[in-house]
Write a protein that binds this ligand. Sequence first.
Ligand SMILES: O=C(O)C(=O)C[C@]1(C(=O)O)C=C[C@@H](O)C=C1
Length: 275
Amino acid sequence: MRIAALGPEGTFSHELAVKISGGSGVLLLPTIKRVFDEAESGRSLGLVPVENSDAGGVGETLDGLMDTGCRIIAEYYMQIRHNLASDGVTAGGCRVIYAHPQSHAQCSRFIEDLGIPVIHTASNADSAQLALKNSGSCAVTSLSAAKISGLEIISPDIQNSENNITRFVLISSDRGEPSGENYGVPEMAFTSGRKKCSIIVDPEIDRPGLLYSILGVFAGENINLTKIESRPSRRGIGSYVFFIDFEAECVEKLISSLKRIAKVKELGCYGREEV
Ligand SMILES: O=C(O)C(=O)C[C@]1(C(=O)O)C=C[C@@H](O)C=C1
């Protein structure tokens, strides 16, 4: 099945989608929201960045997981290396930098040291295209986006941390379990098994000990949490939902115990695919 991802050509999402699609086709869309809409329609699978080892959760993806019926069917880890690129301008001569907000956060130290204004863009590939169009500007971008736009790399490896990893998830509208056909993605082996599950827990009403009782369910079942992130529920200030990832094969008992405490949205159980 075709894979929809954030474009244009040269984004990290595009690079990864090409690697995993195994020739089944990649559809590039201008926003992560559009990738969710496409995946929810059932016409394509969607590939979206969900968190980064330095900058944390990707808000648009967390919103998509909250608002749509899409389920996670696989996860991927990608090493992210950022570069400062330009069309002939030196780092010292650069008057403005184009950067995607996630990339800005991942390269904050380098950008801070340059001390020039930053304009946020919709993707790393858009940053490269804008730097090409606007003289005296630079872009924080991927190697492939710089190459496509014909920009020169003036400072390589400008991310804050050497081990800068973004975790991506493959999403599908399919409410069922992965079929033997691997959703028509030949490269997807499902060999790593489905060892991780993701849920959104919405307590709806705040009370003392609420989070303690939610976490107690996991402790009682001896289940290891791999991530917990709170995010505004959008019902008003001080009201939150919790994105929880955990290692488990069988979730029925856990979910029914959690449902006695809070509203639970199941996002799927899946394995880590190697690229
Ligand atoms: O703009 C891109 O190249 C993307 O694929 C998006 C994205 C993200 O939103 O996290 C993907 C990986 C990196 O963490 C930086 C940007």
